[in-house]
Structures are given as structure tokens and as C-alpha cells.
Write a protein that binds this ligand. Sequence first.
Ligand SMILES: C[S@@+](CC[C@H](N)C(=O)[O-])C[C@H]1O[C@@H](n2cnc3c(N)ncnc32)[C@H](O)[C@@H]1O
Length: 277
Amino acid sequence: MSNELIKLLDRADAMPAAALLRARTYDLLRLKPGDTVVDVGCGAGLAVAELADRNVTAVGMDVSEEMITVARRRRPQADFRIGDAYRLPLHDREVAGYRADKVFHELADPAKALAEAVRVLTPGGRIVLIGQDWDTIVIDSDQPALTRIIVHARADLTTNPRAARAYRNLLLDAGFREVEVEAHVGVFTGETMLAMLTGLAQAAHSAGGHHPGGVRRLDGGAGAPCRGGPAVPRPAAVRRLRHQVADQPAPQARHPRSRKPAASATAAEARLAGSCM
Ligand SMILES: C[S@@+](CC[C@H](N)C(=O)[O-])C[C@H]1O[C@@H](n2cnc3c(N)ncnc32)[C@H](O)[C@@H]1O
């Protein structure tokens, strides 16, 4: 699982817009040379390396041993530790900055993680959270009703799919002040995000789609009836989404609707910066 996740993250990280967004998170931390910053849920460690280039002491923490192994292999000079967001292996008031990128949607108890952030931050220290709201993915599809089911079904597979929209209140409740929110929209039209798009449909399919009238499976077998709506043949659904993206790079020759992007997904990303009490 980690290998697939790392490949996907690597692909997303390489996009220019993602690099700009990461840089923005570093700026928001307002670190001074010599400060210590922790990147919680650091994954393969790219942000830790980029932060270290800013003359600060960067520590990467991740609960996954596999992730930390990959991070250490890629960047042997950097400081990576196995650490849980709920119980960070750090002293009280040890760090001036706390960053978590695409992590809080995986936490069942974000308030507990923020209490831990408050513990490890120095007075006046800053926190930056960034992540996608999983219910706010917009896909240009010929089957909007099915697409909505797929997006929501995928979101429901996430522990905390709407964590990003809750950042502000979570931070205020945790005692942070001067909390600010920024929303960024990413528009993806090329093949880079094809795996994410098809993965969305496949993951939703594996779990079955949720429907107000009852649970309906996205595959529906051979047109099997279902509660709350007509059966949706899964292979067609996945193929459809896949084709809409796959056709996009060379649309002129192959697709009559080539003048507009065949598929686009927007992802809202929000983050907060607040100073610690
Ligand atoms: C989607 S990845 C993002 C990785 C990295 N921040 C990035 O932007 O590429 C989420 C990471 O959070 C880690 N994670 C999940 N729950 C965690 C927890 N309780 N404490 C620390 N890390 C956690 C996962 O192991 C994974 O590496």
C-alpha cells in the first residue's frame, strides 16, 4: 500500500502547482533560521528536505515504519522518526513550527492531535495544516449522478473526509489564535492524475456506492436490481471516467469534444496558520 501511495504522491508532488502550494505552507510557518519544525505525517519526506533548505532544523515524523524507511533511504542526512500525531516523541515546547500535509483526513480524532501540537509548540509557535476536502472533488463527466455517487463513496472510505473544512474551528477550539484559512483550487486535465481518477472510481466500487435510498453497488452484477435506483454497470462506469481522461492528451484526432478538457477535477485545499498560545 505504501509503495502505491508513494508513487501517487510523487506524481502529484512533481506538479508545479503542488510545489507552489508547498512553498506557501513553508512561508506561512514564518520560521527563523535555526528554528525547529516538525512535519507530521511526513510520508517519503520531501517537505522535510525542502524545509531543511531554508536553514531550519526539520524533523519528519510518520506513524508508518514503511514510510520512514523510504524517507531515510531517499534522504539519509535528514532526521526522520517514527511518531504518532497523537503522541509525538518530542518534548514540551520543543518546536517553533508544526506542519501536516494531507494527514488530518486520516485522523479519527483531530482534536487530540491538535492538543499534542499545542504541547510541542513553543509559545507563539505556528501550525500549518493542508489537505483536500474529499467531498469537494469536481469531475467533468457525462454521468454527473454516477460521478457524485463515486466521489461521495470514495470520500466515505476516508476516516475524516471533511477534515479540511473543519480546520478553522478545530484550531480555534484547540486554543490557536490568529487563525487564517486559504482555499486553493487545483485543476487537473492531463494524464498525471489519471491514476487518482480511476482509483477514485475503483475504490468506490470496491466499497459499493452509498445512495440516499439505500446502498447500491456500483457494479450491480449483470444489471442486478438495487434499492434506491437503477443498477449501474461498474466496468462501464470506471471505463467511462478512465476514457475521459485518457482521451485528453491527444483529443483532436480522437474525440469530437476536443475543444474543452475531456475531464477536470478540482480539489479545494485549505490550510490554517495560527499562533500557539
Ligand atoms: C497521504 S500521506 C501524506 C504524506 C506527506 N505529508 C505528503 O504530503 O506527501 C499521509 C501520511 O500520514 C501518515 N499518518 C497517518 N496517520 C498518522 C498518525 N496518526 N501519525 C503520524 N502520521 C500519520 C501516513 O502514514 C502517511 O504517510
